[in-house]
Design a protein around this ligand. Structure first.
Ligand code: GLU
Length: 301
C-alpha cells in the first residue's frame, strides 16, 4: 500500500519536544513503510504566523535529520482553494453567517488544548440566517444537523494510534452535541479554519496516513464529515501520545524551555532528542539487527 504522511506545523512559535516527537514518528513510519514524508506549513492564521518561525521550523527539522519533498506547501498561498470549497458548502445550503461572540469563535478556530475548558457547543443563534445576509466580520458555520442528513451512515475512520486502535464509528449525537456548528470560515474574508484547510490539503497531497497528536483526535469526526460532504477520501489516522512536562502537562508553544532550539543551543544531539521523546536510536540494534533499543527517558510511554 502507498504510504504518504505529513507533518503540518503552524509557524506561530518555536517547535518543542512534542513537535519533534510528531515529526520524527511520522518520518520513521514513512521510512519503515518505504513511503513519503511531506512537510506542510499551516499558516492561514495570518495574525499569528511569522516567517521567522517558519525558517526556524525548517532549520530545526533539518537538524533533526528529516528529509522532505520540496516545494513545501504553504497554506497562505492557497487561500482561494479553501475558500472555493467553503463556497461549495455554502451553495449546498450547509453554511450560515454568524456574528456571535468572538471568544467562542476563537476557541473553535484554534487547535484544541488540553486543560482548557471546551466551549459549549454553539447554541445556533444565527442558524436561521441565509448566506445573502453575511456582513463583513461574520464568521461562517457549518449547519451540522443538516450536514448529517446529507450523509449516509455509518460514518467512520480507521485509527492505528495506541490510544484508540481500530475502526472508529462516529455517532451523529456526538457530532450534534460535542462538535456542533463548527466555524469553517473566519471573520476575515477568504480565510478558513484549519480543520477545513487541512482536509483539503490532505486530499490534494494524497495523504494516506495522518500522524498527529492525540489532542487532535476529537477534531477528526468533523474532518470526516467535511471529507464526505466534499467527496474527498478519508485517510487512516494515527493519533500518538503527547509529550508532557514534569508536571504531566502537555507541552505548548509557549514552553520555550523545551524548544528544540534551546536543546540545540545547550549542545544536545538529534539522538538525544530521540531518546528524550522515547523514540529508538537510529543506530543501535541488537545482534540480530531486528529490534532497536527500548525507548528510554522521562517521556517514554
Ligand atoms: N497545524 C496543526 C497544529 O500545529 C496540525 C494539524 C494536523 O496535523 O492535522 O496543531
Amino acid at each position: 500500500m502507498t504510504f504518504v504522511t505529513r507533518f503540518a506545523p503552524s509557524p506561530t512559535g518555536p517547535l518543542h519536544l512534542g513537535h519533534a516527537y510528531s515529526a520524527l514518528l511520522a518520518h520513521d513510519m514513512a521510512r519503515d513503510a518505504q513511503g513519503t514524508f511531506l512537510l506542510r506549513i499551516e499558516d492561514t492564521d495570518t495574525s499569528r504566523a511569522r516567517m521567522a518561525w517558519e525558517e526556524q521550523i525548517y532549520d530545526d527539522l533539518r537538524w533533526l535529520g528529516l528529509i522532505w519533498a520540496t516545494p513545501v506547501l504553504r497554506q497562505s498561498e492557497h487561500l482561494a482553494r479553501y475558500n472555493s470549497a467553503l463556497m461549495q458548502l455554502a451553495a449546498d445550503g450547509l453554511v450560515y453567517p454568524c456574528s456571535c461572540r468572538r471568544s467562542d469563535i476563537r476557541a473553535a478556530l484554534s487547535a484544541p488544548q488540553e486543560g482548557v475548558t471546551t466551549p459549549p457547543v454553539y447554541p445556533g443563534i444565527c442558524r436561521h440566517r441565509e448566506m445573502s445576509s453575511r456582513k463583513p466580520g461574520d464568521a461562517l458555520r457549518l449547519n451540522m444537523a443538516r450536514a448529517i442528513t446529507r450523509l449516509d451512515a455509518p460514518l467512520s475512520f480507521e485509527e492505528t494510534g495506541p490510544l484508540h486502535k481500530g475502526s472508529e464509528v462516529i455517532d451523529p449525537d456526538t457530532l450534534l452535541h460535542l462538535t456542533g456548528d463548527a466555524v469553517l470560515g473566519r471573520k476575515e474574508i477568504e480565510t478558513v479554519s484549519y480543520v477545513l484547510a487541512a482536509v483539503i490539503d490532505d486530499a490534494g497531497q494524497g495523504i494516506t496516513h495522518v500522524i498527529r497528536g492525540a489532542d487532535l483526535f476529537d477534531t477528526t469526526p468533523l474532518q470526516v464529515v467535511l471529507q464526505r460532504l466534499l467527496d474527498l477520501p478519508t485517510p487512516i489516522y494515527h493519533h500518538h501520545r503527547l509529550i508532557r512536562d514534569d508536571a504531566g502537562k502537555r507541552l505548548a508553544k509557549r514552553d520555550d524551555a523545551r524548544a528544540i532550539a534551546k536543546y540545540r543551543a545547550d549542545g544536545a544531539t538529534p539522538e538525544d532528542i530521540r531518546a528524550m521523546v522515547g523514540l529508538p536510536s537510529l543506530f543501535e540494534k541488537n545482534p540480530r539487527g531486528v529490534r532497536r533499543t527500548a525507548p528510554r527517558g522521562p517521556t517514554a510511554p
